[in-house]
Design a binder for this molecule. Structure first.
Ligand SMILES: Nc1nc2c(c(=O)[nH]1)N[C@H]1C(S)=C(S)[C@@H](COP(=O)(O)O)O[C@H]1N2
Ligand SMILES: [Mo]
Length: 319
């Protein structure tokens, strides 16, 4: 449950799904609440010599670190020593647990019993949920009362960094992209749509500018509100009968959007009244209000319509 809600929380961008973050917190604390019972099982297991003991211990440590770093993030600690973020530890360890969890279920099978669905078991599950919910509430109260930067979190769990101050806003890449050096004179935007293919230079893109106040919310755990300026994608692209539009970066990074999003998407050339910095996507980057940061493709060089539905892509970028 913690893993599934965590993955779902990464996909969400609008307020109605704040329940996913709450469920994620409660599921995580559920692991904590179950620890006294589990530790009895663990102690018995540790006393026995059997294959895979080290793997079990390692998995336990990974789970512990993942839960702990999640709580550390909630308390407003973004950066840890060695330049890693609490969120990177949280997600990295959670992903590392996955193969161990599959192995654990296979290697340490628990036979289902008739009493698994008894009234008592249901009551016990309700008790665990209540305990986990209590811990979640206590944490939420604590981050508001204590002098930590925790109370300003968005419904996604992200903390505010550098709003209306693009210089202070972190420069972030999804995985391993590197900031390219782009010469604005030489830069061209390829637009391929129902009207054919054309190559636009910077001055062509600078027409019909509009300003949008939007929140960039990175899955790395921070968000910033900025005033972006640029051209609306529905001014740039003629969709015809296309179902999706693919926006690609000079680096090869890209995302596929539903055609109905075109009026909401902005190809931004300035932020806070100044040209984008190289790190933030110079000369042009996508602003996708209501979508998480990984949709905001930087260093855009190509916009292409397509017959494929937008959801025919990996839910998270792979490069
Ligand atoms: N080309 C490209 N665009 C990208 C990324 C990337 O790795 N490559 N990372 C995305 C992610 S994960 C985020 S949060 C935002 C960060 O934007 P910023 O660096 O301007 O803060 O850019 C997005 N656009
Ligand atoms: Mo991000």
């Amino acid at each position: 449950m913690a893993f599934a809600t965590g993955a779902a929380a990464y996909a969400m961008g609008t307020g109605w799904n704040r329940w996913i973050t709450i469920a994620h917190g409660v599921a995580g604390f559920g692991i904590v609440v179950l620890t006294p019972w589990k530790s009895v099982v663990v102690r018995r297991g540790l006393g026995r010599e059997r294959a895979g003991k080290a793997a079990s211990v390692f998995m336990g440590i990974l789970v512990g670190v993942s839960v702990a770093s999640g709580v550390v993030h909630a308390f407003g600690v973004r950066l840890l020593p060695l330049d890693v973020t609490a969120m990177q530890i949280h997600v990295g360890t959670a992903l590392a647990v996955l193969p161990f969890a599959v192995w654990h279920v296979v290697a340490r099978p628990a036979r289902p019993r008739r009493t698994d669905v008894s009234r008592r078991a249901v009551l016990r599950a309700a008790g665990v949920t209540a305990g986990a919910g209590g811990l979640w509430l206590a944490t939420e109260a604590a981050v508001r009362v204590l002098p930590v930067q925790g109370g300003d979190r968005r419904f996604t769990g992200s903390h505010e960094v550098g709003s209306f101050d693009p210089v202070r806003m972190p420069v972030t890449q999804w995985l391993d992209d590197e900031v390219p050096t782009i010469d604005e004179e030489a830069w061209r935007l390829v637009v391929a749509d129902a009207d054919g293919e054309r190559r636009l230079a910077a001055p062509d893109v600078a027409r019909e500018h509009r300003s949008v106040r939007a929140t960039l919310d990175c899955t790395g755990g921070w968000f910033a509100v900025q005033d972006w300026e640029g051209v609306s994608l529905d001014r740039l692209v003629a969709p015809g009968d296309a179902r999706s539009v693919v926006v690609t970066s000079a680096t090869g990074y890209g995302r596929r959007f539903p055609v109905r999003d075109l009026p909401r998407l902005l190809l931004a050339t300035t932020v806070g009244g100044r040209a984008l910095s190289p790190g933030h996507g110079f000369p042009a980057r996508l602003v996708a209000p209501g979508r998480r940061g990984f949709w905001w493709v930087k260093w855009v060089t190509e916009i292409r319509t397509s017959d494929r539905p937008w959801w025919l892509q990996s839910p998270f970028p792979l490069t």
